[in-house]
Design a binder for this molecule. Structure first.
Ligand SMILES: NC(=O)c1ccc[n+]([C@@H]2O[C@H](COP(=O)([O-])OP(=O)(O)OC[C@H]3O[C@@H](n4cnc5c(N)ncnc54)[C@H](O)[C@@H]3O)[C@@H](O)[C@H]2O)c1
Length: 427
């Protein structure tokens, strides 16, 4: 049975390591974070993902998954370290470089080396391969080097790791086949082989496609606000066309994928990517659009009390990376005119730089309830409780997720700001 070394034990590396361990492989998980390693060796984990605590406990107890801060010799090496952007939006591939350098001393002829991290086009050939070459390893002959991007959805990672179609891009056709075989052993979805650069670009275009389409919906929301049109109705009707699928507008795009990956293309082909750049600008402008609407809604009040609900970058997760909701909350808090209370049942105090409130604390005396994330908790509301506790029953739903029945509420949605009237103070 083969031995696999997975470098980087985060949202991607840890479930990947556990899935291979469950399939019977001897897996060594490697992370630079000693805490992550110590926890894993006790059969515990540091991230939230459905089914993962039970699976990790089971494979660690069986001795199939171990963790260390240093790699060891193995048949297959999988690198799943972060690839963030620098402040100037350029790609930071430092972690991929250091992880590659860390495995070099343990590489033997015939090993399969896979990078799963999302990377800018040509990184396999221009960054990873040269590191091996410098160490005296021919990346095109001695080992099988490939890029296999990840496309799992948080909350469904253990299912999608097995069922999704995998794209395996080799630096040679043989590398694609050998790396593909690694996945064929555990994956029920298709495993499609291609060149490394094609795999790199296909992953980036998946997220760019979504970013650009969300930007189009967001632009529609702004146009609709200007023209007094209900964008939700427009989308519903336009999507009756058999080949049209307009996305939903929202408060912006966040997370470490959609809000990051398009920049990897922009950096490599700036002149050729005006549409992708404009989409990023439109999505980045949405937090301002949201705060401007809140300003319009509250302009007649002396000290508007805002109950801001939701901080994560999408619903039903605990991840606040690049979240537009955080940006909106911080902009509102920076405005001394507002009394801002912030509530998110999925976020812990230590994840943010400000104080969180319970739902009761947030809505007590609020003039406006602002929904920034479509958590299940924010789809249905205890309406009598809100009516009893809010000063004025006005809701701004930026995710179009809440179902509100009582007609005493005034509900504004980001795509439907027709009839927007300033909230009046009540005694
Ligand atoms: N999380 C997702 O849903 C998702 C989906 C698709 C693609 N990706 C991509 O997968 C990659 C990993 O993302 P993630 O969300 O798992 O990141 P993460 O931040 O959750 O975890 C990365 C782990 O790598 C460790 N690490 C950093 N440098 C290291 C090194 N040199 N050696 C060993 N360990 C090191 C960190 O300590 C951390 O535990 C990124 O490129 C990301 O864009 C993520």
């Amino acid at each position: 049975m083969k031995k696999i070394c997975v470098v980087g034990l985060g949202y991607i590396g840890l479930p990947t390591a556990a899935v291979f361990a469950r399939a019977g492989y001897d897996v060594l998980g490697v992370d630079v974070n000693q805490k992550v390693v110590d926890l894993l060796n006790k059969g515990e984990i540091h991230i939230e993902e459905i089914g993962l605590p039970e699976l990790v406990k089971q494979v660690v107890e069986k001795g199939k998954l171990k963790a260390s801060t240093h790699p060891e010799q193995a048949d297959v090496f999988i690198i799943a370290v972060p690839t963030p952007i620098h402040e100037d939006y350029s790609a930071n591939v430092d972690y991929v470089e250091s992880a590659t350098k860390a495995i070099v001393p343990y590489l033997e002829n015939g090993n399969v080396v896979i990078v799963e991290s999302t990377i800018p086009p040509r990184t396999m050939d221009d960054v990873v391969a040269p590191i091996l070459k410098e160490a005296g390893i021919d990346p095109y002959q001695d080992v099988y080097l490939a890029h296999c991007p990840e496309r799992v959805l948080p909350g469904r990672i253990l299912i999608e790791l097995i069922e999704n179609t995998r794209i395996v891009g080799g630096v040679t056709p043989e590398a694609a086949t050998k790396a593909g075989d690694v996945y064929r052993a555990v994956v029920t979805g298709d495993v499609l082989e291609t060149e490394a650069v094609t795999a790199e670009m296909s992953k980036l275009m998946e997220n760019t496609f979504r970013d650009v389409n969300i930007a189009l919906a967001n632009e529609l929301a702004k146009i609709s606000a200007r023209l007094g049109v209900n964008a939700h109705k427009v989308i519903e009707l336009a999507n009756k066309h058999p080949r049209v699928n307009i996305h939903l507008p929202g408060p912006g795009v966040g997370g470490h994928c959609l809000a990051v990956d398009p920049y990897f293309i922009i950096e490599k082909a700036t002149e050729e990517s005006p549409l992708i750049q404009e989409a990023r600008k439109i999505n980045n402008s949405m937090p301002h659009f949201v705060t401007n609407q809140i300003e319009r809604m509250t302009c007649e009040l002396d000290k508007p009390v805002l109950a801001v609900c939701g901080l994560t970058y999408k619903g039903n997760i605990d991840d606040v990376r690049e979240s537009p909701a955080i940006e909106i909350a911080e902009m509102l808090m920076a405005n001394s005119r507002y009394d801002v209370r912030i509530h998110d049942p999925h976020v812990r105090d230590e994840q943010v730089n400000f104080k969180l409130s319970s739902l009761e604390e947030a809505v007590k005396g609020a003039h406006l309830l602002v929904i920034l994330v479509d958590h299940n908790e924010f789809k249905q509301w205890d309406e009598p409780f809100l009516l009893e506790n809010m000063k004025t029953p006005v809701i701004f739903d930026t995710r179009n997720c809440a179902t509100i029945h009582d007609t005493q509420f005034v509900v504004h949605r980001i795509g439907n700001l027709t009839n927007l009237q300033a909230i009046q103070e009540v005694e």
